[in-house]
Structures are given as structure tokens and as C-alpha cells.
Design a protein around this ligand. Sequence first.
Ligand code: ADE
Length: 420
Amino acid sequence: MTEREDYKVADMSLAAEGQVRMDWAWQHMPVMRLIRERETEGGRLPLKGHTIACCLHLEAKTACLLRTLKDLGATIAASGSNPLSTQDPICAALADYGVHVFSWHGMNAAEYNENLERMLAWEPDIIIDDGCDTVAMIHDKHEDMIPKILGGCEETTTGIKRLAAMDAEGLLKFPMLAVNDAMSKYLFDNRYGTGQSVWDAIMRTTNCVIAGKTVVVCGYGWCGKGVASRADGLGAKVAVTEVSPHRALEAHMDGYRVMDMLQASEVGEIFVTVTGNTRVIRREHCERMKDGAILANAGHFDVEVCIPDLADMAVKTYDSRKNIRTYEMADGRRIHLLGEGRLANLAAGDGHPIEIMDMSFATQLLCALHIAKGSEMKKGLQVVPAFLDDIVARYKTESLGIRLEKLTQEQERYLRDWRG
Ligand code: ADE
């Protein structure tokens, strides 16, 4: 087991800057504020005595979650879930606040794993994961930690896919709540969050117009739907690629052209991968692409664009702008890759909008409280209890001043009556 350390960050002198970024985010997180207020009523500390390991994108909104978990009494150990999404001022501010944080921008693969180990040296009893690397590492290398772990939650589609695969093999040894599959999460974060933040990142990175361009969206899950809809709103001509016939038909009836990757390669000017799968854009696609094609990935891992194929085909590579690597082919065509093929919205932007992450993190927070209360849960992948999902949506509508219609007694009776 790795020695326990307090924290390891790039530069503690950045703490004040990180604090300012966190203060801005907190102003736009009404759901989290409400939960914090209600949970600490009368000086209660509902997470006291618990240690929570959080492997997340360490930027301002996440820092607000970690700070809240600590304010509710928990000891927090954190590591960054992606080397390019880690923001050094945020890590410094968190360390200053007493969070045991182990991460820095641009850490390499070995450092990433060492930081996960440093986080686990705090021997957590609750896990908050993004992408499933923490849960996989515990099961692979630290089985001795499992008896102490009460449970955890996972917020990404990719992470859920990995957990489901572990569970199918009977290997997942503690309860994991599928936050990604809660309505308060996927209906907003995956669709509107990814939809907005991916285009924000592409626009600020390239400084190019979107209107009139042909955009290819690879994958039409909730994230793909959001990316396509926002591209459409910006005036792009949208094409979708899909492996599922149902989703392909959905895209078709939503008004987009649907084609396979070989066809799409010839027409696309901007490509966004959102499949959660590997090698979606490969050599045979890059061979057909137009000069100037822009590639951005919005899936969790940097495997959707096959970077080794690009590197192998290129006669020259260089940085055209910050976060844009250009691969020049023998025939002179240039293909531009954003944010090293990592999640573009976080590698080349600030991630999802704050109000969206407020709901996702509120769901994580309620899940952590639910686990800490000793609620009965079976081991394996579990759905988030509907009443927790409801609380988040209700607090959000409350914060927006939205008044909900109430069922009358007659309507309630009618809904219960099967006789008609
Ligand atoms: N900011 C923090 N976590 C994020 C996530 N999982 N996706 C997008 N933005 C984020």
C-alpha cells in the first residue's frame, strides 16, 4: 500500500485563483446549496466518520461537491479522472481547504495511476467514480479494501458500461449506484450539458464558424442527441452515424441525415465522437476526409479517434493552436485533432455548464448520504432510488420558481383504477 500523504498538486500559490473560480460556480448551484443547508440543520454532520474517495474531473464545479462533502463531515481523498481536465488552481484551493487531493494538469499515465493509489491510501468506505477506474483498481489490486467499502456511485455512461460488465461476470463486490441512469442526470447532463459544452469547446478552440458546416455526430445516445441538436441550432448541416437501427431511425426522424462512417468521412467538416466505443474514426476514414477536417471526441476515453492511425499516416505533425494538433498527410491534406482526442469539453473547455452539473452532483451527494446512512443495498450495479432522483428535480424546479400542477383526488383515483 502507498504511504498516506496529505496532498500532491502542481502549485499551492494558485489557491486564491481556484477559490475565486469555486465561488463563481457555487453561486450557480442552488440545488447543492439547498441540500447542504437542509443536511446541516441544527449543526448536524451526516457524513462524519466516513472517508470518500472521489475520482472526478477536478474543476470548479467538482470542487464545490468535494467542499460540500467535507462540510458535511467526511474526510475527502480526490484524484483527477482525466489529466487534461484537472485544473491546477482548483487542486490548490482544495488542498488549502483540507481535501487530500492528488492531481495536476498534464499528468502522464503512470502519474495518473500513482495518484489513484495515493487517493486509495486513505482507505475510503465510499467511492465516487467517473469512468470506473477507481472501482476497477480496487477489484484488481486492492481486494483487501473491499470489506470496508459500503458502496459508491458512478456518473458516466462509460463507467456504467464497465460496471455492468464486471457485474455480469459476478465480480462487482460492493453496491454501485448508477447515477448516470438517474433521470436528473442523463436527461440534462448528457443531453444539454454535453450539447452545450462540446460546442463551446470547439468554438473557443478553433475560432471557426459552425453555421453552414457539415457536422458528423458519431453516436446518437443522449449525449449524441444533445451534440446534434445544438449543432443544428447553430446552423450546421448535421449527419449522424449509428450502429443501432432504433437510434438511427430516431436521428432520421429528428431530421438528420444518417449514414455509415465511410460515407460520413467524405462529407464531414467537423466530426464529434460520442459513442463510448473504441476506434470509431480509423485509417480508412481519415484517408477519405477533406483537407481541414476537425476531429473532436466527447466520449469518456481517448480511444474513439484512433490517434496511432493518424500519427502513422501523417508526414508532419504540429500544433496549429492551443489544443489543436494538426496531422499533415503526404497529399497535403490536414486533419486537426482537438484536446489530444480526450473529452474535448473538458480538455479544451470548462466542462458542462454549472447549473447542469449542479443537478448531477446533487444526485451524487444524495447517493453518498444514502450510502452513509447505512441504507440497505445489494452488491452490484444498482439503480438510484427514485425518491432521491425526485428530490433533485423538485429542488431544481423550486429554485427556478416553477410551480407544479397537483393531482386532484379524483385524478389519483382514476390512475389507480384498472376498471376504467
Ligand atoms: N465537470 C465536472 N465533471 C464533469 C463531467 N463529468 N462532464 C462534464 N463536465 C464536468
